[in-house]
Design a protein around this ligand. Structure first.
Ligand code: RP5
Length: 166
């Protein structure tokens, strides 16, 4: 299932199931906020293994710059993707129903030496931060994105300083 398409995407936002979308849409929203072209794709490492590898090869040929991969449970999606590409993979553990996402976190973060997956926090915050990291990586080659990131952080600081408790 292809939930969202964009022309000349730089980032792939991938997830193992459509049930991951409520969390992973936070990544897509951040990328949209920064006007970063991205493609959203649902593919599973265990339910659609062949299609997953074909997709990863396809986006590598299309010169995508970053892959964000969210999965839950025995969350091997990010690791399997990383095994098939040199594009940086940012893993987001989903909050699972059985172990609250601790299973997803450990599965994603504990990659054996040699095939890295940069792993973020569980759920919504992890998805947002993975997208911000993608923007940060892309900003190495873009003054426009760097300026947007500076503005984004200034706004975050402002909202703390202007906090009003009721
Ligand atoms: C993983 O299994 C998915 O990433 C999802 O987090 C989890 C459960 O999938 P569903 O059974 O809800 O489709 O592959």
């Amino acid at each position: 299932m292809n939930l969202k398409n964009a022309s000349n995407p730089l980032v792939a936002v991938m997830m193992g199931s459509k049930t991951d979308w409520p969390s992973m849409k936070n990544a897509s929203e951040i990328l949209s906020e920064f006007n970063v072209s991205h493609e959203v794709k649902v593919l599973s490492a265990h339910r659609t293994p062949g299609q997953l590898i074909n997709y990863v090869k396809d986006i590598e040929e299309k010169n995508f710059k970053v892959i964000i991969a969210g999965a839950g449970g025995a969350a091997h999606l990010a690791g399997v993707i990383a095994a098939h590409t040199l594009i940086p993979v940012l893993g987001v553990p989903m909050k699972s129903s059985s172990l609250d996402g601790l299973d997803s976190l450990l599965s994603t973060v504990q990659m054996p030496s040699g095939i890295p997956v940069a792993t973020f926090g569980i759920g919504n915050a992890g998805a947002s931060n993975a997208a911000l990291m993608a923007v940060s990586i892309l900003s190495l080659d873009s003054h426009d994105l760097k300026n947007k990131l500076i503005k984004f952080r200034e706004n975050k600081a402002k909202s703390v300083l202007e906090s009003e408790l009721t």
